[in-house]
Design a binder for this molecule. Sequence first.
Ligand SMILES: NC(=O)C1=CN([C@@H]2O[C@H](COP(=O)(O)OP(=O)(O)OC[C@H]3O[C@@H](n4cnc5c(N)ncnc54)[C@H](O)[C@@H]3O)[C@@H](O)[C@H]2O)C=CC1
Ligand SMILES: O=C(OP(=O)(O)O)[C@H](O)COP(=O)(O)O
Length: 337
Amino acid sequence: MAKVKVAVNGYGTIGKRVADAVALQDDMEVIGISKTKPNFEAQVAALKGYDIYVPETSKEAFAKAGLKVAGTIEEMIEKADIVVDCTPGKIGVTNKALYEKAGVKAIWQGGESKDVCPISFNAEANYDQAYGADFVRVVSCNTTGLCRAIFPLDQKYGVEKVRVTIVRRAGDPGDIKTGPIDALVLDPVKLPSHHGPDVKTIMPHINITSAAIKAPTTFMHLHVLNIKLKKDCTADDVKKLFQSRPRIKLIDGGISSTAEIIEFGRDLGRSRNDMWESCVFKDSVSIDDGELYFFQAIHQESDVVPENVDAIRSMMKLEMDNLKSIEKTNKAMGIGL
Ligand SMILES: NC(=O)C1=CN([C@@H]2O[C@H](COP(=O)(O)OP(=O)(O)OC[C@H]3O[C@@H](n4cnc5c(N)ncnc54)[C@H](O)[C@@H]3O)[C@@H](O)[C@H]2O)C=CC1
Ligand SMILES: O=C(OP(=O)(O)O)[C@H](O)COP(=O)(O)O
């Protein structure tokens, strides 16, 4: 069977990882990536053998930098079966008319509002809804982490309510412009943060509210979760449940910080030290007064990447069974090892 042709529009933190993850699959291929500037990321994309497409106005700059251009972004979109839009939040939506005109399927990221398209996506919770769909939004990194924990708990024990506080990393490691460098910033002041409502775009029946604070760190986000379940269970039951999930990693071995998790990723030899799984601190899982508590860390640069691969498989009808798609993606990327 011919491989599905995937174009990655926007080759930054998420886009470059999505391109590499797609390239590892045997049922899809990267037919091009887009870059606006001939910077180091464009140089690496060329070294990796990706065809680079650019805005018409950037062609001269790429020629001056000695970087070969395969065509314009519009030409890339024409050649694709599906575009993964990884442009910055609120820019992606401006590309919608382009995708509609080309008659190409598209996936947006969590920086876009839920109104960009009717379907928001998480591979474990609502893969079926995206089956054959033309437009899908993969929810944000924190929302993805929340869905991965809440969905199995709800399936097994029923979730009465979720209360979560998110300590957000302020910027990504390569981001030299974002602050704060010495403050904790309420993000936003007025509750809830977007994460609780975003979980409801996937699981509308979940009673959830969220608060978020930006902290001066780049490694990972950290969630403090409190969940009231409908059925009784022990902390060990929850640990076993999490252990059985394909994209949750129980963290122990003396690790008590996001910095050590990233070091763990480095020691595991993972590409870009990516921790694609939600990292639940094993010893934090506890039941108190009938309510569940735990900490989980989310590697914002990578956790949504396998979700994009599964979204492609669902939208392109390559696989009906979400668990089979997740297993295939995980195996190709080395997730769970
Ligand atoms: N960085 C993160 O932690 C996460 C980001 N997201 C979401 O993923 C999306 C992308 O975010 P990042 O990768 O962090 O952004 P980024 O800023 O690292 O990368 C965006 C790339 O798109 C390029 N670009 C800008 N305008 C463009 C256009 N009109 N056409 C083509 N390319 C264009 C930029 O030059 C840059 O290379 C956003 O919606 C964001 O909210 C989701 C999960 C985590
Ligand atoms: O999707 C993310 O966070 P979110 O789940 O808090 O919206 C990413 O970390 C991007 O966040 P940013 O908007 O601070 O770059």
